[in-house]
Write a protein that binds this ligand. Sequence first.
Ligand code: NCD
Ligand code: ZN
Length: 342
Amino acid sequence: MPSTETITLHNPLDMHLHLRDGDMLRTVAPLSAHSFSGAVIMPNLVPPVTTADDVKSYKERILSAIGKERFAPYMTLFFKPDYDSAFLESLRDDITAIKLYPAGITTNSEGGVSGFDVETLRPALEAMSALDIPLCIHGETNGFVMDREAEFIPVYEKLATAFPNLKIIMEHITTKESVAALDRFENLYATITLHHLFITLDDVAGGMLRPHLFCKPIAKRPEDREALLKVALEAHPKVMFGSDSAPHPQHAKESCGCAAGVFTAPIALQALAQLFETHQAPVEKLQAFISDNAQRIYGITPPKKSVILQKQPFAVPAAYNDVVPMFAGETIDYRIKEVIDG
Ligand code: NCD
Ligand code: ZN
């Protein structure tokens, strides 16, 4: 007997999403736009999104790719230290945040920042602070791969102290050290992905290598996942869901020189429902993690959408066009029964 048990999520938000461009955009954007009310769109295109024209034209391409779905693309700029306050002010209504990448740390981040000298960054970060534009950071050093995020904590601390009114979002945190930093600085927040709540490095490389689970930051140790789970399941007021769904074509993942990124957008809500149920976390906590915390932290009001998830087996497709999702070919416990505007 199929279960009639359902969960309704209101206005789900994905606060860290890669939509890419061209054919890939047309494949993946409708999938997010179907089940989410909005998403913070990452700017690491080639070349990255750095000008007013880039932001506006990319938004147009996204809106055209999603057709009639009700979905807010919250646009971001790729951080450059030379952004001045006049430029940022002119773009204030077109962007929701600015994303900072350390140079070369991940996919398409070559034009990022090298060195985190406060005085060099001061003009841009003070302008952002005055305009209340959040700064999203990919927080990794170029040290040993398992230590990169923990080694980056002093940079977060330095920036959080130097710019106390700047909202700093630690993106896709993967370690217990980042979780602990949240409570030490009022202006530090974090996104947590789906995959880092499910996997550790063992799932990626403990047996046969699983390229579709390879991403930056790499999945860490069981105690790190426990720390992430704790704050996600209790919907710690400073954490938000950000899938970091990062699609790459199958050939780029299943190759020697595998591209980093896990594609989770079309299965994220279903898998989160399963995860919260497994851990007996109340649905109100899932609602806060998936939308309410982000609305409060970013001060956004997304389009109204209700997603009804039903406890029924969902066979995850082997691929969406040529992109392989997390849990491909496996069955998860929840499916999307209906999405209602309003
Ligand atoms: C992302 C991508 O492919 O754009 N990859 C990833 O492994 N997460 C970039 C990023 O967010 O690091
Ligand atoms: Zn990302």
